[in-house]
Each structure stands twice: as structure tokens, then as C-alpha cells.
Ligand binder design. Sequence first.
Ligand SMILES: [Zn+2]
Length: 99
Amino acid sequence: MPEPTLKFSVTCPDCALESISEMPIAVIANRLLTGKSLRLYSKCHDRYWTATYIEREKLRKSLAALSTDTNARQNPPLSEESQAEELTRDVRLDALVSA
Ligand SMILES: [Zn+2]
């Protein structure tokens, strides 16, 4: 089974061009959970850089949404407003990593 990956848009720090990047979900989740730096890549300038706080938050939200979709089959949908807490997202991410 291929490793599940997440496609997300990145903005090149050199030319501000948006491009699509792809990374294993486990890697992204691990970096976000451990607080380690996350390397992003932009094809247009063949450029690697460390994700900023804003970029990390964007990825965190993408993973949280993804994780919610995955859990939807097992668990009944919960109220969106009450589930918007960051802590809940981290727990879901944690489950995702160990899956
Ligand atoms: Zn560029």
C-alpha cells in the first residue's frame, strides 16, 4: 500500500508563484506534533525553505480536515463549532500518525 500523501499549495519565497507540493501525511503530522522544522519545496526555483508559522497552521488545518473525513465513517459527525479546538485536532493528528 502506498504511503498516503497530502497535496497542498506552497508559495515560492523567490517569485511568490503558487505551486502544488506533495508530502507524506505521516511526515507532516510528525513535524507539526513534535515542533520540528518542516521543509517545503518550490519547483519553479528549485528552492527549499523552512515552513513559517502561517504555513504550518495551514497544513495543520488541512490535516485536521482530512482526519475528520477519515473518522467520519466510524464516528457520528460532531458539532463543528464545539470541535474547533486545537487540542482535539492534535489528538486526531496523533491517531493519524500511529495508524
Ligand atoms: Zn519561484
